[in-house]
Design a protein around this ligand. Structure first.
Ligand SMILES: [Zn+2]
Ligand SMILES: [Zn+2]
Length: 272
């Protein structure tokens, strides 16, 4: 199979099917190896699934602009990468993945550190049980900020369109895996997490108290958390998912229609 052909036309039906397979495998592994017991998985997942609607609309609108500009850049040799005269696709892939991963780390760090941005990102962190569906729980305001940031980074690079589709494909697969409720055995995680973001690392990121919430910001790789000193570890039995703020103690506040309004309320969302 030729990689560039598989990703040449953007997301196709085969890629969407692969997402569904990864999602279903992770969903079922949660029944066998999940760390959270005694919660209503279907009810919990329904709330998270509702975020697909506003998020999907936002992605569609931005996606059209994103693709149009990138294809124009590719046709006219615009961007940093065409100037580097990289000899092979692999070099272009390596540079793109490292740069975009760094931009994601910075974006995620800023979402935690800037008060206005945190009010949107806190909705993702409000989930009291983290499972594969938490990957869908993103306020549309955050989708706008995240994709805006991603688009600017990609346009600056001017990477080939198919490599960006490949990056997004791997990013989505990784998002599903790291939000899974199961963890890698600690002795395996110890080694894998030297390079890659793992479910264990992201579980720590979803712990309800600081300094753990403000750690492990990575997207695909753990290297930036290692470099900038934001890598943290907690054993499974010490992780409590959610955010330790008064607002989210109230079950009513964790319903979709209330969560959408959270960024615009006056509630204190700091768990410092
Ligand atoms: Zn976060
Ligand atoms: Zn997360």
């Amino acid at each position: 199979m030729n990689l560039s052909h598989f990703f040449a036309d953007g997301q196709n039906i085969w890629q969407i099917l692969l997402f569904a397979v990864v999602f279903l495998v992770c969903w079922n592994l949660e029944y066998l190896f999940g760390v959270s017991k005694n919660y209503n998985k279907w009810k919990h997942s329904f709330t998270n699934a509702l975020f697909i609607i506003p998020g999907g609309i936002m992605q569609l609108i931005l996606g059209v602009l994103f693709v149009k500009v990138l294809l124009w850049e590719n046709a006219n040799g615009v961007g940093l990468l065409p100037r580097l005269n990289l000899a092979s696709n692999w070099q272009q892939i390596v540079v793109t993945f490292i740069v975009l991963d760094f931009f994601y780390w910075m974006y995620h760090f800023l979402m935690h550190k800037i008060g206005f941005a945190w009010r949107f990102h806190a909705v993702h962190h409000s989930d009291k049980v983290m499972n594969v569906t938490t990957s869908l729980r993103e306020h549309p305001g955050e989708t706008l900020i995240r994709l805006g940031h991603y688009m600017l980074a990609v346009w600056m690079l001017g990477t080939s369109f198919w490599i960006i589709t490949l990056h997004q494909f791997i990013q989505i697969v990784s998002k599903i895996i790291v939000h899974s409720n199961w963890r890698l055995p600690d002795n395996v995680d110890k080694w894998v997490s030297y390079v890659f973001l793992t479910p264990n690392m992201h579980h720590v990121h979803h712990h309800e108290e600081q300094p753990y919430t403000d750690s492990n910001y990575g997207d695909l790789f753990s290297i930036w958390d290692r470099v900038f000193g934001t890598f943290r570890y907690l054993p499974a039995h010490e992780v409590r998912f959610g955010l330790d703020v008064e607002l989210f103690d109230n079950e009513e506040q964790l319903k979709f229609k209330k969560l959408i309004k959270v960024p615009f309320t006056k509630a204190n969302l700091s768990n410092e």
